[in-house]
Design a protein around this ligand. Sequence first.
Ligand code: GAP
Length: 491
Amino acid sequence: MVSMDTLVSLCKRRGFVFQSSEIYGGTGSCWDYGPLGVELKNKIKQAWWRDFVQRRADMVGLDASILMHSMVWKASGHVDHFTDPMVDCRECRHRFRADQLDEVPWVHYCPATKGNKFTIPAAEACSHCGGRRTLCPDCGKGELTAPRQFNLMFKTFMGPVEEDAAVTYLRPETAQGIFVNFENVQQSMRRKLPFGIGQIGKAFRNEITPGNFIFRTREFEQMEIEYFVNPHDTVDGRPADEHWHDRWIADCLAWFQRYGLAAENLRLHEHDRAELAHYSKRTADLQYRFPIGWSELMGIANRTDFDLKQHAKWSGKALTYFDEERKEHVVPYVIEPSAGVDRALLAFLADAYREEEVRGEKRVVLRFHPELAPISVAVLPLLKKRGDIVRTALTIRDELSRRFTTVYDDTAAIGRLYRRQDEVGTAYCVTVDVQTVGDTDKGEAADGKVTIRDRDSMEQIRVTASQLGGVVGDLLGGQRWAEVAAEVGRA
Ligand code: GAP
């Protein structure tokens, strides 16, 4: 498995992710997506939206505002319950989550070795004195304060006056925007249960200990679905909410595998009673084997009727659904698949990373699923000095860029250009050479064909310029390279 340091360095060097406000020393908790990062992120979001919202007859979309009425957060329980226990070091003043103290390595001045300093792996005892961590894990000297509850929501003021009545919060999850629009969507779209609402957007949490690159940040994006189910229905003899919960777990797992995550790097983690959120009947996390170890990629919760009932209570509006068959009003149960865009991006990056040896040379390649590759096609002229080759390549780039993320590059020799594109995961390279345009001096006619190179197999095929768009479209649409190569013939 690739290390986090290798990924962070690649991301910075090749324009995927930069530290936020870097010229001012940076912030450890926010990251900026560079030119390739934003393409990768957009493609993940597009694939999710298309597969889970547009292609499903039982789903619709929403884009709710980030700032909401402050009562939303009272009703949802976030004002009172969205807290983490926090402790401070009395010496170095560093702050930690009390429940995560044993998840980090700790500094120890060992009494059995005349006070020598050691850094001991997380949760382990000192091999010299057998002691366990009681002091600050960072400085190894300071006593820790007793835990205090710390609310993770960012507080702000709506309007020009900073008074209590104007207090509101940056949303810590996109979910609540969906719950408060349940009736609007259900009525305007004439939806029958079961149906779901999907939303992608920013969320903000004042995490006590952000870190591990884009894994835990204070500003991040979520892709969330609230799937509304009639709690009185049954499917195959089981309560409908339980049936749909299992279906969504299976669908989410299949989605991540479809876009490239290896099955052995994914697993389910069922929350036990102590772990369950106050609103949840059952929650299963989809965990990924990140460079930092197995950690949550997304959660799929059965939120029951908690949120709709809470909003009905606090707003005074009945958020119910009229069941025509039973002639009764019901409060739907909600299944919530909730994924982090940034964590998904980190997982796709880590899983795609390979170091290979090609003809005695090291090649770094990001083997992204072709649909997720930040650059779909790179158009490369074999000879930069030949005006007709460059003109043809630029025309092809222009043509392809109408449909695909396409770049043109002539800043190095072809071998190096291929390596550069491999390192950022470009799915296909298209090369324009002398044969394409012909050579009048030598009396060689143009064949009008270009070479397409497949990133993963490094195989090449030659197609006419007029075939090119169709062939690239087929490849990005899911057709296998081997099938396309068999049809048009290898170069
Ligand atoms: N609406 C439910 C909800 O927000 P969550 O488990 O707190 O549930 C869902 O968050 C997903 O959002 C997580 O599985 C993770 O992918 C992402 N996420 C949560 N906090 C994050 C953070 N501080 N930084 C990056 N992603 C985060």
